[in-house]
Ligand binder design. Structure first.
Ligand code: FAD
Ligand code: NAP
Length: 345
């Protein structure tokens, strides 16, 4: 059959698909019905199929920011669209179009190999390119939104493919229009805009201490430094299940911050772009004595209090139970509510 004339094969349908290896917590989960999406053209038929059967649905990328129950009813769309290419270049920037299923860290490596710096602070973040704009991934003072030009997605509400320019994506701190509208958009491609003038961003203490004062590190050196710090500080999901930071850093009004500071003089916080104050959630959790603690098969990572881990055999219920203990204690001690970052399916 001539694919160019007849379009791609329909999405592969897989009943009762085990997802233990497609979620970084390593929870034993299975999808009632999984559709493997390898091309955007497959999506309208899949969504229409799902609507006819009145199924609930969700998209799964690399599973590094999700909490999966034992059984996912309805349809699970596995985002496996690959492909990346430079689509344009002008005096100010190079534009890259990248498929939603491309591995994020591999993209970062590819950009550096092709002399297209910018994404190096975001090295070693697990997951796919299509998921990166959902929570506007960020690390060491850089957010993916800084480099996004536009997003191609299927809008299930409008039953149409849409292009959202960066401004329409409402990117904010670990937030976006996509996150605010769950079960609506399926991100098929991200167009990145990588400026030709590059500047190192090493103001985070962990990164800064990797370099001599006044030195001018290259993008590759920053990439290697970020990888080194993360490897030391964060648990490797292939060894200990986890979904990175379990709680978002709470952003509180300046008055609340000042009140807290009176009783907790060593409170770790940073100014927020909106004039509020960002509290380090890891510090709050650590102060409540949870770092390194274990509750059955789940626990709080010994090197990073923000990371909850599955020691093996843990479940979504277990980790949410531990999270509730932490949230309750932090609220009682500091009057601050911690929001769970990973998506609960
Ligand atoms: P998944 O976990 O599969 O999905 C996450 C959410 O996005 C779900 O709601 C899903 O439905 C939705 N989604 C996924 N793909 C699509 C798509 N194509 N279209 C529409 N919706 C979609 N995050 C950071 O921001 N900064 C970090 O530094 C960071 N470090 C991490 C370190 C570790 C060790 C781990 C385990 C996680 C870390 N994370 C970090 C969280 C995670 O890696 C990111 O959120 C990542 O972008 C998730 O990608 P994913 O493909 O695994 O998405
Ligand atoms: P860290 O460098 O020890 O910093 C602790 C917290 O303080 C971070 O949450 C960070 O906020 C904040 N912070 C530190 N320096 C700051 C500065 N100069 N300006 C503003 N805020 C500052 O954090 P870490 O745990 O080792 O993680 C390093 C980076 O990777 C962080 O940016 C973190 O967000 C990211 N990360 C994210 C995840 C995830 O799953 N979301 C997992 C691991 C690491 P921010 O979080 O706002 O940067």
């Amino acid at each position: 059959m001539n694919r160019a004339q007849n379009g791609p094969l329909p999405a592969k349908l897989i009943p009762n698909l085990g997802l233990k290896h497609r979620n970084t917590f390593g929870f034993d989960a299975s999808a009632e019905l999984a559709y493997e999406i390898t091309s955007p053209e497959q999506i309208p038929a899949v969504i229409s199929d799902i609507a006819k059967q009145k199924l609930t649905w969700r998209v799964l990328g690399g599973g590094s920011n999700v909490i999966l129950p034992e059984s996912l009813s309805g349809a699970t769309l596995l985002m496996n669209i690959t492909g990346q290419e430079m689509i344009a270049s002008d005096e100010v920037a190079t534009y890259l179009a990248v498929g939603g299923g491309v591995n994020w860290h591999e993209l970062v490596i590819w950009t550096l190999e092709n002399d297209l710096p910018g994404l190096e602070n975001l090295a070693l973040i697990p997951g796919t390119v299509g998921a990166a704009p959902i929570q506007n991934i960020g690390a060491y003072g850089v957010e993916v939104a800084d480099y996004i030009d536009s997003i191609e997605a299927f809008d299930a509400k409008e039953q149409a493919f849409v292009t959202l320019r960066k401004e329409a994506c409402h990117f904010a701190y670990r937030d976006s229009y996509f996150k605010q509208n769950p079960h609506r958009f399926i991100v098929t491609q991200v167009v990145f805009k990588l400026p030709k003038i590059w500047q190192a961003r090493i103001h985070y203490a962990d990164l800064a201490t990797q370099f001599f004062e006044g030195s001018n590190p290259s993008p590759e050196e920053i990439f290697l430094a970020a990888c080194k710090i993360r490897t030391r500080k964060l648990p490797d999901p292939t060894v200990i299940g986890n979904a990175g930071s379990f709680f978002q850093n709470p952003i509180v009004p300046q008055e609340q911050f000042e009140t807290l500071l009176k009783t907790h003089t060593d409170l770790v916080s940073y100014p927020d772009a909106t004039g509020k104050r960002k509290l380090a959630a890891a510090w709050l959790v650590d102060q409540c004595g949870f770092k390194g603690q274990r509750m059955g098969d789940v626990g709080v990572y010994q090197n990073q209090a923000l990371v909850l881990v599955n020691h093996g055999g843990g479940t979504a219920q277990d980790v949410l139970g531990l999270a509730k203990c932490i949230q309750d204690k932090v609220r009682a001690e500091f009057g601050v509510s911690l929001q769970i970052e990973p998506n609960i399916f």
